[in-house]
Design a protein around this ligand. Structure first.
Ligand code: GRF
Length: 221
């Protein structure tokens, strides 16, 4: 993994060679739905091999079942040691031939066992223009700070919370009368548009990392 300063690069072709996605969720699953729908229309050439939730009552599990996708609940509460929870998730993904992991509202930190199993092959979507407002309640953070523009970022996952190389971003204007809810709703529209797009870019393998910069290589979209 290209990390820190310097000119080291990582060749994407050695990382993602097939098109099997594993999606990790904790709740509503609207971004999961966007991926399901974009695959169904043929715009995204991929297959969701499994959806894993750390919560048995996550609404996103019903979305996956409705689409005929295998679901698993792996609860962090069943593991005394965090690394064991991470290993269970990594094993479940590897056993199903997953090449690219998509975090879609997964509310647990991604630990070393998952990072090592999927180097440069884990994506996350975060509802702010990173590096602004990492962590929880990003939309409320943006309102409280008073920024006039916020948005959404899709990034590769590293050991740093919401800190990996940025694949795509979309900006959303913040209105004076916005609440966290109204801003979230407008950001969500952009989330559903750019997450499938970012997955497509990763699977195209036409990209490289230059230190922490995600750089797209020429070629068809
Ligand atoms: C989204 O706002 C996403 O950016 C953040 O968590 C939320 C998940 O929503 N990481 P959903 O479960 O995909 O509807």
């Amino acid at each position: 993994m290209a990390k820190g300063s310097g000119t080291s690069t990582a060749d994407a072709s050695s990382v993602v060679s097939q098109r099997n996605l594993g999606v990790l969720i904790s709740g509503r699953g609207s971004n999961l739905q966007a991926l399901i729908d974009t695959i169904a229309t043929g715009e995204l050439d991929a297959r969701i091999a499994v959806v894993i939730s750390n919560k048995a009552d996550a609404a996103g599990l019903d979305r996956a079942r409705a689409a005929g996708i295998e679901t698993l609940t792996i609860s962090h509460r069943d593991y005394g040691v965090r690394a064991d929870f991470d290993r269970a998730i990594a094993s479940a993904l590897l056993e199903r031939g997953v090449n690219l992991v998509c975090l879609a509202g997964f509310m647990r930190l991604i630990g070393t066992p998952i990072l090592e199993a999927f180097p440069n092959a884990i994506l996350n979507i975060h509802p702010s223009l990173l590096p602004a407002f990492p962590g929880v309640d990003a939309q409320a953070q943006a309102i409280a700070y008073g920024v006039k523009v916020s948005g959404v970022s899709v990034h590769l996952v590293t050991g740093e919370l919401d800190g990996g190389p940025i694949v795509l971003q979309a900006a959303v204007a913040v209105k004076d009368d916005d609440t966290a809810e109204t801003l979230s709703a407008r950001i969500l529209v952009e989330e559903h548009r750019i997450y499938p797009e970012a997955v497509k870019i990763i699977l195209s393998r036409r990209w490289m990392l230059d230190a922490r910069r995600f750089v797209r290589l020429p070629g068809p979209p």
